[in-house]
Design a binder for this molecule. Structure first.
Ligand code: ATP
Length: 406
């Protein structure tokens, strides 16, 4: 059977991944064998999300009624019902759902009714609390299927503990040093900060992301922290670019994320708050692309783009601009500029002598027909560039996992 859960947390506490870890433990205690556990991230632009728009699917074998009862009891005991935006959903199915529902939920938007239709068609058992919006994520987690997956090892503290986490910083840097690129986003070595634990009052102590259960366990072995009450390794769509659609500028839909190619149309500008932006154009139109302040050094890459550069960008389209996650520079030709030549007689910069009439020295009246040609070297070269670990979205595929398709 497949057990999907979602929408159990609030900004003040809880986390659906923790509830999933508790549920795995309780199912096993009841003699139900757990054969798989999946942490599925969905469209990062959904406004109902608390933090990272995660949902959980647990694969199990045993009595379905018993599993449904245990899961419902877990949600009733642990979910943050007082929070207005918390609307838990539980789905238990003995058949897999069409992958199309997952693809819609990870790249776009779904309704509660659409989730109910999928569940009904498969004969699944459903329970909704409050408005029951959580069944969208629960259904999508059950429907999720893709070839490229990664892993995350998560450690948890008592949910009542809402203080500072105790994790030795040096041990996290050591874990990254010993296991990167097989694990990633434990720390941000460019900005010298920790990435793998939240600063919110939820039960996660830290999480290690990597390409296999073996690698995340190896990295975890280096980490010294307060003693976790639970640890779990989830199979996950994190770090896979599952949210990206191929698109053209004219086809952009608000709240969806894209990989698209075009030409830089103006010199990038630094705006208020240090955000850097430029216009990208393709045959269908133009769109503003943004590198926000938290992307730190990535903004220098964006600043070094020039009009005419051919690039591919990845990011979410929201409020009429694209929030950049990574870019590929395809061509960045040398910039060639002209300016009035220096006077060969007296060395003073010459002035234009009128349209198509060459240049003339105001001081000694010498004339010249050719301008001075300036070859400006580029500081950027073709290749992929990404935001630092500390600014990376859960679903964005880090470049250490391989270069994206063209
Ligand atoms: P947690 O990490 O603890 O799960 P969260 O950030 O994942 O918190 P939720 O509290 O689960 O956020 O809220 C997200 C809500 O949005 C859920 O009710 C989920 O069912 C719903 N949802 C997820 N994806 C979509 C989508 N593509 N379209 C519409 N609703 C969605």
């Amino acid at each position: 059977m497949l057990i999907g859960i979602d929408d159990t947390d609030s900004p003040a506490g809880m986390c659906t991944t923790y509830l999933g870890a508790v549920l795995i433990y309780r199912l096993k205690e009841a003699g139900i064998s757990v054969t798989g556990q999946h942490l599925i991230r969905l469209n990062p632009n959904v406004i109902y999300k608390t933090r990272g728009n995660a949902a959980i699917c647990i694969e199990a074998e045993g009595n379905t009624d018993e599993a449904f009862r245990i899961a419902a009891a877990c949600i009733e005991e642990l979910a943050e019902f007082d929070e207005k935006k918390t609307n838990p959903g539980l789905v238990v199915s003995v058949t897999k759902f069409p992958v199309s529902f997952y693809l819609q939920a990870v790249t776009g938007f779904c309704t509660i009714e659409e989730a109910e239709t999928v569940c009904r068609a498969a004969g699944a058992r459903v329970k909704k609390w409050k408005n029951g919006r959580g069944i969208i994520g629960a259904t999508a987690a059950i429907a999720a299927k893709q070839a490229d997956m990664t892993w995350e090892l998560l450690t948890y503290r008592d949910p009542a503990d809402k203080g500072e986490r105790s994790v030795e910083t040096d041990s996290l840097f050591r874990a990254e040093e010993e296991t990167f690129p097989h694990t990633w986003d434990t720390v941000d070595t460019q900005n010298n900060c920790i990435v793998c634990f939240p600063h919110t009052p939820d039960p996660v102590i830290f999480g290690i992301r990597g390409e296999s259960p073996e690698w995340v366990k190896k990295a975890r072995g280096y980490v010294c922290s307060q003693k976790p009450i639970l640890e779990v390794i989830y199979h996950t769509n994190q770090g896979t670019d599952a949210h990206l659609l191929e698109g053209t500028i004219a086809s952009l839909v608000d709240g969806c994320s894209y990989r698209l190619s075009g030409v830089v149309a103006n010199t990038p500008e630094t705006g208020r708050g240090g955000h850097v932006s430029f216009l990208l154009s393709d045959a269908s139109g133009g769109v503003r692309c943004m590198a926000y302040e938290p992307t730190k050094g990535f903004r220098d890459i964006i600043r070094s783009l020039a009009p005419g550069d051919e690039i591919t960008i990845c990011g979410s389209y929201k409020n009429e601009s694209i929030n950049l996650e990574k870019i590929r520079v395809i061509t960045c030709p040398e910039i060639v500029r002209q300016r009035p030549p220096l006077c060969p007689t007296c060395g003073k910069r010459m002035k234009s002598d009128g349209v198509d009439k060459g240049w003339k020295c105001r001081r000694c009246k010498t004339r010249a027909d050719e301008p001075e040609i300036i070859h400006e070297p580029r500081t950027i070269s073709p290749g992929w560039y990404e935001v630092p670990s500390s600014a990376r979205r859960h679903l964005a595929k880090p470049l250490c996992r391989g270069i994206p398709p063209k």
